[in-house]
Design a protein around this ligand. Structure first.
Ligand code: PEP
Ligand code: MG
Length: 325
C-alpha cells in the first residue's frame, strides 16, 4: 500500500488532457529534503533562508552558509532549488541588530529593505548563494520588491558580489536565474515593467493578500477578512501571470494558496507555470490536478473572474468541485 502511495506521488502533475504544471516545495530547513522527494516534489520552489539566522546570538559566516547551501544544491541536483534572499524584519528579528521598535513592522524595514540597509549582511548571503550555484540547479529571488529602483539596487549588490568572486577566482554560475517575489500591490501594478528585468516571478500570496486587503496576516481579529478568492486577489494574480507571459518569463506561486484545493484549479486556468507548497500537501494537490481537465479550469476561471463578491466566488468554486466528486 505504501509503495502504491509513493508511486502515485512520483507521477507528474498533469491534467487528464495533458497540461503540465511543475510542483515544487517550500522548505525552511535542509532536513526537509527527504520529505520533499518522498512526497513527489520536483524541486525546491522556495527555500526560506531566514532560519539559519534566528535563535542565535551571532550571525552565520559566509563559510557556514556556503557549506549549507552547497549541501542543499547538490542533494537536490539536478532538481531546481530557489533560494530566497533574507526576509528578516517584521516578525522575524535577529538579536544582532536589536529591536527595530516599529509601529507597523509588516510595513517597516523588512525583507529586501532590511538587506539593502545592511549591505554587509546581504553580501555575505549573496556570495554564499553564488558559490553554491555551481553545485546544482540554483536560482535566487528577492522578497517584497515594491519598485524598479529597489530591484535595480538589489541586482547591483548581486553584481558586486559576482565581480568580487570573479576577482578572487572563486567559481559561480554567471547565468543563475534571478527572480523576484510579487507580494505587494505596487509590484502587481507594474508587473509588466518588472518582468523585463528578471528571469522569473514567484507570487507570494500570504503577503499579497495581507497588503492588498489591508489585513495583518497575524491578527486573529481580522482573519475572517483574509480571503484568497477575493476578486481583488484573483485579478492581481491574473495580472501578474499575464504580464510574465507577455515577455516570456515563468511565473510560480508559493503562498498558501498553492495548497488550497479550491484555488489550484483557478490557478491552472490562468496557466500558472509552477506552484510551490509544503511537502506534505504535494500528493493531494497533484491528485487534484491529475483528475482535472484544462477546459474545466479555463471555464471556472472565466466564471469567477467576472464575479463581484468573494461570497459568490466561494460558492461557485465549491459547487464546481462538489459537482465533480
Ligand atoms: C508569501 O508571502 O506568500 C510567502 C511565500 O512568503 P512568506 O510566507 O515567507 O512571507
Ligand atoms: Mg512573503
Amino acid at each position: 500500500y505504501q509503495k502504491k502511495i509513493i508511486r502515485r506521488c512520483l507521477l507528474p502533475a498533469e491534467t487528464s488532457d495533458g497540461f503540465r504544471v511543475k510542483v515544487l516545495a517550500n522548505i525552511e530547513l535542509i532536513e526537509e529534503v527527504t520529505s520533499v522527494i518522498d512526497h513527489g516534489g520536483e524541486g525546491i520552489g522556495l527555500y526560506r533562508t531566514e532560519y539559519s539566522y534566528l535563535n542565535r546570538t551571532t550571525l552565520p559566516t559566509e563559510e557556514e552558509l556556503t557549506e549549507k547551501y552547497i549541501d542543499l544544491a547538490s542533494i537536490m541536483s539536478p532538481r531546481k532549488v530557489v533560494f530566497r534572499s533574507l526576509d528578516l524584519g517584521s516578525d522575524k528579528i535577529i538579536s544582532e541588530f536589536g529591536q527595530l521598535d516599529e509601529a507597523n513592522p509588516a510595513m517597516g524595514l523588512r525583507a529586501i529593505r532590511f538587506c539593502l540597509r545592511h549591505p554587509e549582511l546581504f553580501k555575505t548571503q549573496l556570495r554564499a548563494i553564488l558559490r553554491a550555484s555551481v553545485y546544482g540547479n540554483v536560482a535566487m529571488m528577492f522578497p517584497m520588491i515594491s519598485g524598479l529602483r529597489e530591484l535595480r539596487r538589489a541586482k547591483a549588490r548581486l553584481k558586486e558580489a559576482q565581480l568580487d568572486l570573479a576577482r578572487e577566482g572563486v567559481p559561480y554560475n554567471p547565468d543563475m536565474p534571478v527572480g523576484i517575489m510579487i507580494e505587494v500591490p505596487s509590484a502587481v501594478m507594474i508587473a509588466e515593467l518588472l518582468a523585463r528585468e528578471v528571469d522569473f516571478f514567484s507570487i507570494g500570496t500570504n503577503d499579497l493578500i495581507q497588503y492588498s486587503l489591508g489585513i495583518d496576516r497575524t491578527n486573529p481579529n481580522v482573519s475572517y477578512l483574509y480571503q484568497p478568492l477575493h476578486p481583488a486577489v484573483l485579478r492581481s494574480i491574473k495580472q501578474v501571470v499575464d504580464a510574465a507571459h507577455q515577455v516570456g518569463i515563468e511565473v510560480s506561486l508559493c503562498g498558501e494558496v498553492a495548497s488550497d484545493p479550491f484555488c489550484v484549479p483557478i490557478l491552472m486556468g490562468m496557466q500558472i507555470d509552477c506552484i510551490s507548497l509544503s511537502p506534505q500537501a504535494i500528493p493531494g494537490i497533484k491528485r487534484i490536478i491529475r483528475q482535472t481537465r484544462m477546459d474545466e479550469c479555463r471555464n471556472l476561471l472565466r466564471d469567477v473572474i467576472s464575479q463581484q463578491t468573494v461570497g459568490k466566488i466561494n460558492r461557485m468554486v465549491k459547487d464546481s468541485i462538489f459537482k465533480k466528486y
